[in-house]
Ligand binder design. Structure first.
Ligand code: NDP
Length: 475
C-alpha cells in the first residue's frame, strides 16, 4: 500500500518539479518515469527474444558444432522441423535441479553468513561493511562486501575436488549445461517476478520506487531501486556478483576440463580465455566496493533486466568462447597467442586505470594526483527528491580527459581479445564483442541522458570540455 501512495506522491513530485522549471536536476536520475515507444518496443523484443537467443546459441553448439547458420538453413529448407531440434534438446533433470539449488544456496550462505575476513589480511583490499552512493530519495545503503572471499572459497573447493576429493567431475557444468539453463531461467523469472510483486506490496524503500504504469516496462526495468530482504540481503549485489560472476570462472574451468577429456589437451586458446576472463572476474571482486558506485547499483532499478540477465544471460553468453573451444579446440600460433594476450592485457590496463582514476578522484573529493598532477574537474550540483542539494565533481583530466567513457574502450579491447583467441572459423565466439559494443554504446547514451538530467547545465559544460565518448577524435 505504501508503494501505491508513493506512486501518487511521485507523480505529484514530478509535476511540481516540472512546474518549477528545475526538471533538469531535481531527483531525476535513475531509470525513466515515462515510457517512450522505442523503449517499449525494445523491451517487448527483449522479453520475447532474449531467452530464445540464449537457447539458439547453446543449441547451435550442442547440435550444430557452434554453427549459427546451419540450424536456420535446416529449418528454411525443410530439412528439419522445430520439433526435431526441440526433441534433441535435453530437458530439465532432477540432477541439474539439485546441482543448481545447491550452488545458489551455497552462494547465499557465503554471502549472508561469512563476514569478510579478506580485508583483514590483504593490503589494499576494501571489504567488510561499505556504503553505497546516495539514492534518488537520499538514502545511503550499507553493504557487506565479501565477494572476493566467496570467490576464493568456491574456487579452493573446486580445485580441492578436482585434485583429490573427486566428489564430482570437473566437467559437471558442461555435462549438465542445457538442463542447468532451464534451472537458471526458473530462478531468473522467479526473482524478477518476486521483485515486481515486492515493489508493489512491500518495498524496502517506497521513496526509491518508480512506476511508469506500463506493466512490461516496470517488469523489465524494475520498480525498486535497491530491493532487500532483511537488512543485508541486497538483490542487486547478490545476483550480479554471485551466482553470475563467481560462476563465470567455474564455467570456464569446466569447459577446459571437458576439452582435456575430449581432446586429450587444453589448448593455448582455452588457457588464454580462462586467464583473461579470470583477471576480469578477479578484478571485479577485488573492486567490489567500487562496484557500489557503478551504474548497476547507482542508477538501475532491479527488474528482469538485472534479475534474469544475471542468472541466464551473463553465465550463458559471456562464456561462449570457452564453450566454442570445447567443440573447436583451436591451437594458436605463438604470434597470434601473444597478440591476443597483449591486446587483452592492454584493454584490462586501460579499463582498470580509468576506473581507478575516477574512484580515487571521487573518494578523495579531488584531493589526489592523477598522472602525477592535481586533477582538473568541473564543479557540479544536483538535488534529490526531498529537495536536498548535493555537490559533486566531474574530472576532466587523466583518461577522463581523453574521452567520457574510456573505461568502456578498455573493456571493449579486452572483450575483442577473448573473441580473437577463438580464431576465425565461426562467428559465434564473436557474439561477445558485438554484444558488448552495443551494450556499452547504449550504456554511454543512457548514462549521459541521466547525467544530463542530474547535472543539467553543469553536464553541458563537461561535455564541452571532453567532447568524445569512446574514441578521442572519432566518437
Ligand atoms: P562508469 O563507471 O563510467 O560510471 C558512470 C558514472 O560515473 C556516471 O553516471 C557519473 O555518475 C560518473 N561520472 C561520469 N563521468 C565522470 C567524470 N568525468 N568524473 C567523475 N565521475 C564521472 O560506468 P559503469 O558503471 O557503466 O561501468 C563501470 C565499469 O563496468 C566500466 O568499466 C564498464 O566497462 C564495466 N561494465 C561491464 C559490463 C559487462 O557486462 N562486462 C557491463 C557494464 C559495465 P555520478 O552520478 O556519480 O556523477
Amino acid at each position: 500500500m505504501a508503494a501505491h501512495q508513493e506512486k501518487k506522491l511521485a507523480e505529484e513530485r514530478k509535476h511540481k518539479t516540472m512546474q518549477n522549471g528545475t526538471k533538469a536536476s531535481q531527483g531525476q536520475w535513475g531509470r525513466a518515469w515515462e515510457v517512450d515507444w522505442f523503449s517499449l518496443v525494445s523491451i517487448l523484443f527483449l522479453l520475447m527474444f532474449a531467452p530464445l537467443i540464449v537457447y539458439y546459441f547453446i543449441m547451435s553448439c550442442a547440435q550444430y558444432q557452434c554453427s549459427l547458420t546451419d540450424p536456420l538453413l535446416d529449418l528454411l529448407t525443410g530439412n528439419k522441423h522445430l520439433s526435431d531440434i526441440w526433441n534433441r534438446t535435453p530437458m530439465l533433470t532432477f540432477r541439474a535441479a539439485g546441482i543448481y539449488s545447491l550452488w545458489v544456496t551455497f552462494q547465499v550462505v557465503l554471502y549472508m553468513s561469512v563476514p569478510d575476513f579478506c580485508h583483514k589480511f590483504l593490503p589494499g583490499y576494501v571489504g567488510g561493511v561499505q556504503e553505497g552512493a546516495v539514492t534518488p530519495a537520499g538514502v545511503v545503503n550499507k553493504y557487506e562486501i565479501n565477494g572476493l572471499q566467496a570467490w576464493i572459497i568456491t574456487h579452493v573447493l573446486w580445485f580441492a575436488n578436482a585434485s583429490f576429493l573427486h566428489f564430482f567431475s570437473p566437467t559437471i557444468i558442461f555435462d549438465n549445461w542445457i538442463p542447468l539453463l532451464w534451472c537458471a531461467n526458473i530462478l531468473g523469472y522467479a526473482v524478477s517476478t518476486f521483485a515486481m510483486i515486492k515493489g508493489y506490496f512491500f518495498p524496502t524503500n517506497a521513496k526509491d520506487c518508480k512506476f511508469t504504469g506500463n506493466f512490461f516496462y516496470d517488469y523489465m526495468m524494475g520498480i525498486e531501486f535497491n530491493p532487500r530482504i532483511g537488512k543485508w540481503f541486497d538483490f542487486k549485489l547478490f545476483f550480479n556478483g554471485r551466482p553470475g560472476i563467481v560462476a563465470w570462472t567455474l564455467i570456464n574451468l569446466s569447459f577446459a576440463a571437458k576439452q582435456q577429456e575430449l581432446h586429450g589437451e587444453v589448448t593455448n586458446s582455452m588457457i588464454l580465455v580462462n586467464v583473461l576472463q579470470g583477471i576480469y572476474v578477479l578484478d571485479f571482486f577485488w573492486n567490489e566496493a567500487w562496484y557500489l558506485k557503478t551504474i548497476d547499483i547507482c542508477h538501475d532499478h532491479f527488474g528482469w533486466y538485472l534479475g534474469w540477465g544475471d542468472c541466464v544471460w551473463l553465465p550463458y553468453l559471456y562464456t561462449l568462447q570457452g564453450l566454442y573451444l570445447v567443440y573447436h579446440p583451436v591451437q594458436l600460433c605463438t604470434a597470434h597467442a601473444v597478440g591476443v594476450l597483449m591486446l587483452g592485457l592492454l584493454g584490462y590496463y586501460i579499463f582498470r586505470v580509468t576506473n581507478h582514476q575516477k574512484d580515487l578522484f571521487r573518494r578523495t573529493n579531488g584531493n589526489c594526483r592523477i598522472w602525477g598532477k592535481r586533477p582538473e574537474y568541473i564543479e557540479c550540483s544536483y538535488t534529490s527528491v526531498d529537495g536536498t542539494k548535493y555537490y559533486s565533481k566531474l574530472m576532466t583530466s587523466g583518461f577522463w580527459g581523453w574521452a567520457r567513457h574510456f573505461n568502456y574502450t578498455g573493456d571493449l579491447m579486452g572483450s575483442l581479445a577473448y573473441c580473437l583467441a577463438c580464431g576465425f572459423e565461426h562467428i559465434l565466439p564473436y557474439f561477445y564483442i558485438i554484444y558488448m559494443s552495443i551494450l556499452l554504446t547504449h550504456r554511454c547514451i543512457r548514462d549521459e541522458h541521466r547525467c544530463n538530467s542530474k547535472y543539467g547545465k553543469d553536464w553541458k559544460r563537461y561535455t564541452a570540455a571532453v567532447p568524445y565518448r569512446l574514441l578521442p577524435g572519432i566518437f
